[in-house]
Design a protein around this ligand. Structure first.
Ligand SMILES: [Zn+2]
Length: 314
């Protein structure tokens, strides 16, 4: 069996998968600001899942940020108490087995690629449109990490083919301006709407009011769709994925799936564009499911196997 753990800023969620079937699931609050307690909470969560499921499993963990291939330490995490810690090593010691860790957007992409909305596709690009704009690339059911652990991180590239007013663009927390994230995250949508309409409104509120016919909100949503189309066209020109799966809060906007593929066509360097843009199958569960699927290639993880059957793979 495969255990997946999704370490979030406020909660840690764990799941046991037997094949693609969910056996059990549990969650605990994240001990914010306390690194040792975070490692201990994950170990306790795994122990509880194994008691419930009655077996021992492989453990995959989805986390904010990434493990730096250069140092082996956590980088780029918004859960800042993890940064600079040997998280993988400490978890392996606490759990007495090898663990695999991946960025949470990569886990989302993997879950949707293995048995979700991108199942059967060779190359899947998964996108999180929420408080940020994460992304992950899955090729033949394997997460592409890259030597810098930044594969799929499209959110801090500049908005391509900028229209007037988009460049140099709004400041981003990464230190640059005009990043894709400053336009396509929920806060980015809210800022753009405030700049043009003078109204302060949250991303979800703008979407709800657009659906009810509010003209200013509809205009903001149209700008959002057009920008998302340009930003994804630049991904298609580099990666040419079979499927792009959207996740995060803004992926629930129904118009994106019809409008964005129509709008991205002129920006894609091809006579025809057959790339599919689809909503997620598992939604919020994709983080934890994808973490479990980090051991997708392990033949011993199929069924309830004894602990000695679980070995580290390169
Ligand atoms: Zn940025």
């Amino acid at each position: 069996m495969r255990i997946g753990v999704d370490l979030g800023g406020t909660k840690i969620e764990g799941i046991v998968l037997d094949g693609g079937r969910e056996v059990c699931r549990t969650r605990v609050p994240t001990p914010r600001g306390d690194y040792r307690a975070t490692v201990a909470a994950i170990a306790a969560l795994v122990a509880e899942l194994e008691r419930t499921a009655g077996g021992r499993g492989t453990v995959g963990i989805g986390m904010p940020g990434a493990i730096s291939p250069a140092s082996g330490l956590v980088k780029n995490a918004n859960s800042v108490w993890l940064i600079g810690q040997p998280f993988a090593q400490d978890l392996e010691a606490a759990l007495a087995r090898p663990v695999r860790l991946a960025n949470d957007a990569n886990c989302f992409a993997l879950s949707e690629a293995v048995d979700g909305a991108g199942a059967g596709a060779e190359v899947v690009f998964g996108v999180i449109l929420g408080t940020g704009t994460g992304g992950g690339v899955v090729v033949r059911r394997h997460v592409l990490t890259g030597p810098n652990a930044v594969a799929g991180e499209w959110g801090h590239n500049p908005m391509p083919w900028p229209a007037e007013g988009e460049w140099p663009g709004p400041p981003c927390y990464c230190g640059r301006t005009g990043c894709i994230e400053t336009f396509l995250s929920g806060p980015g949508l809210a800022r753009d709407h405030a700049d043009l309409s003078g109204e302060r409104s949250s991303g979800p509120d703008i979407v709800a009011r657009a659906a009810a016919g509010d003209a200013a909100c509809l205009a903001s949503l149209r700008r959002y769709e057009e920008r998302l189309a340009r930003a994804l066209a630049s991904v298609i020109n580099v990666l040419d994925p079979d499927v792009i799966v959207l996740g995060g809060g803004l992926s629930s906007i129904p118009s994106l799936y019809a409008e964005v593929p129509r709008l991205w066509t002129p920006f894609v360097f091809s006579d025809t564009v057959t790339t599919r843009l689809v909503p997620p199958r598992y939604g919020d569960s994709s983080g934890v499911r994808g973490a479990a699927w980090l051991w997708e290639d392990d033949p011993h993880a199929v069924g309830l196997e004894p602990p000695q059957a679980v070995g580290r793979k390169p």
